[in-house]
Design a protein around this ligand. Sequence first.
Ligand code: NDP
Length: 248
Amino acid sequence: MAPVVLITGASRGIGAATAVKAAYAGYDVCINYLNSADSATAVASKIEALGRRALTVQADTAKEDDIIRLFETVDRDLGRLDALVNNAGITGTGCLIEDLSGSDLKRVLMTNLAGPFMCAREAVSRMAFKHGGSGGAIVNMSSAAAKLGSPFEFIHYAASKGGIESLTVGLAKEVAAEGIRVNAVRPGMINTEIHASAGMPDRCERIAPTVPMKRVGTPEEVADTVLFLLSEKSSYVTGTIVDVSGGR
Ligand code: NDP
């Protein structure tokens, strides 16, 4: 039976690129999404064209009930779970801290930090040896913002990604003897719709000259690193955060 990976936020951007590359690598894939049902279906079609099973599940990964339903749907329809990519994320609204609304802060922290915690909980409860699982791999999506702090616009987003890195380091140690590796990818500026969603459609063009490699990255370049961290090629790698940032 093919290994199964669940990728949150896989209808677009980095998650979608990771889903297609996972199918190339031999995984059956659960494509989670929030609103973009048509885009999720298009990703599923690409995966099925590669001869792999694809399951699309609408679920808000900022909500515990939705997360539980998401994992139960994978249990029922795909029958196993070998890997989780905690990818879904939002920037929230760019602003100075004195203009930050409580609701925006809560939404960013729930989506980018609490959601991945609860997804990791569900994955560990299925993959850990002590729970009858066969081990597995978790990859969390951090951001260069965790190091840079994103002053004057996205400190709340940066802090949520700092939290993801602590989750990665701590959980990797907690479940290492349970056959589960936990790593994170820390992308720099990647050309996806996240910037337009944040009201900054020209962000990539603006930032590109400041990147040591003088360009932004592609979703596929991030996906390649995620697939490496999921694969046996990284069998002795855990608790690590890999920069994919063109030197930024
Ligand atoms: P996109 O905006 O292109 O895609 C975001 C994806 O996440 C979509 O599939 C979206 O679903 C989904 N999503 C958002 N919120 C939720 C939610 N509450 N529940 C379920 N799914 C949700 O983002 P990127 O591909 O750019 O970003 C992916 C990850 O990479 C994020 O964690 C981001 O923080 C991180 N990252 C991105 C960088 C970049 O420059 N692009 C840089 C550093 C990190 P739907 O389509 O249905 O809305």
